[in-house]
Design a protein around this ligand. Structure first.
Ligand SMILES: Nc1ncnc2c1ncn2[C@@H]1O[C@H](COP(=O)(O)OP(=O)(O)OP(=O)(O)O)[C@@H](O)[C@H]1O
Ligand SMILES: [Mg+2]
Length: 345
């Protein structure tokens, strides 16, 4: 590990990611699926560790966090691959539980030449994580807990997730939530209690609209904040992100950073990793969103959710070339970490 990586590891500290652990298999570029038994030649096929928890975990580890992965996987080759790859990134996989007779959650992604990504998905083991699988004592020592995809979890949402959040919060952790699917207002009702206890909710704009039933993004944000959520960071794809907080003023827009896009899979996971890393240093939410959009843009430059990001120094250099002010403030915050987890804009 680079000296920079070691330093930032101390700064970000222990971070837990709980939820969707998915193996993505991506091929690029796929013009169309050949008819019948036809075949097509591609430039690249990759298998990556992905999903709202695992994909963010890999990016957090690259940015220097000491990551604990918590989730359910199968007892198949995909699970072996997932564990090996997470360990290769220095992630503690002690919170992963193998469920027998079930496959690891997986997605096949034929990436179109323009970067669009239709998905063929098997939900698999992720939903089977249950209360008995959780080590609550282990959660009491983390600085942040990301619940990655409560919408992909099963009974844990009603039985166990609140205890996990309480255990983390009792130790002073920042709690963030992101979702996997589009969702409906009924799904919103199911996770309302969780969102109300979270410091941050970070969906994309389509998910926020579908969950809240509000097409107006500001009304949708208000609906979330009314639950008691500390802040909402909405990602808008190539249009960047919007951050709003309960105790802040008007929502702040942060533009995306233009890149040559190969594949946008996992941009949201990259965004979350940047946002959390910065928040843990005491950076303002707006500056944290800048680190998020920098990470999201870098992920879009290659195939798969683990593409683009090397380490925190590389991301800050990339951000500094496009937005020197936020990059300088983030460097200053990293040099003398303040109180983390604030939601004031
Ligand atoms: N085409 C793009 N060009 C530059 N930056 C992008 C692009 N697409 C995404 N990003 C960056 O990544 C962030 C997250 O992307 P997006 O809104 O697509 O997340 P998402 O839909 O949650 O993705 P996923 O859940 O697949 O990881 C955006 O806020 C933006 O800053
Ligand atoms: Mg997302």
């Amino acid at each position: 590990m680079s000296p920079g990586g070691r330093e930032s590891q101390q700064r970000a500290g222990r971070v837990a990611v709980l939820g969707a652990h998915i193996i993505d298999v991506l091929g690029w570029p796929v013009e169309s699926i050949p008819p019948g038994q036809g075949s097509a030649r591609l430039n690249e096929i990759r298998a990556t560790v992905a999903g709202t928890a695992a994909g963010t975990g890999v990016d957090l580890a690259k940015l220097g966090a000491d990551v604990l992965a918590i989730g359910a996987i199968g007892d198949d080759l995909l699970a072996d691959l997932l564990i090996d790859e997470m360990r290769r990134h220095g992630i503690d996989t002690g919170g992963l539980v193998r469920k027998h007779g079930v496959q690891t959650s997986a997605t096949i992604l034929p990436i179109r030449p323009n970067g669009e990504r239709p998905a063929l998905h098997v939900p698999g083991a992720t939903a089977l994580l249950d209360r008995g699988d959780l080590d609550l004592a282990g959660l009491s020592g983390v600085r942040a807990l990301l619940i990655g995809a409560p919408d992909a979890l099963g009974g844990l949402v009603e039985d166990g997730l609140a205890e996990a959040v309480s255990a983390a919060k009792a130790g002073g952790a920042l709690v963030a939530v992101d979702v996997l699917r589009q969702g409906t207002p009924r799904d919103f009702g199911r996770i309302a209690g969780l969102l109300g206890s979270a410091d941050w909710f970070a969906p994309n704009s389509d998910q926020l609209a579908a969950l809240t039933g509000e097409d107006d993004i500001f009304a949708a944000i208000d609906k979330v904040l009314a639950l008691g959520t500390g802040g909402v960071a909405v990602t808008l794809g190539a249009r960047g992100a919007l951050v709003a907080s309960r105790d802040g003023g008007a929502p702040i827009a942060v533009p995306a950073i233009a890149v040559d896009v190969v594949d946008t899979t996992g941009c949201g996971d990259g965004f979350n990793a940047g946002l959390l890393t910065a928040l843990l240093t005491g950076a303002s939410p707006a500056d944290a969103a800048w680190l998020g959009v920098a990470c999201g843009a870098l992920v879009a430059t290659g195939l798969g959710s683990d593409a683009g990001i090397t380490d925190l120094e590389q991301v800050l250099g990339f951000l500094g070339a496009k937005a020197p002010g936020p990059a300088e403030r983030l460097r200053a915050a990293l040099a003398s970490p303040g109180v983390p987890a604030g939601t004031s804009l």
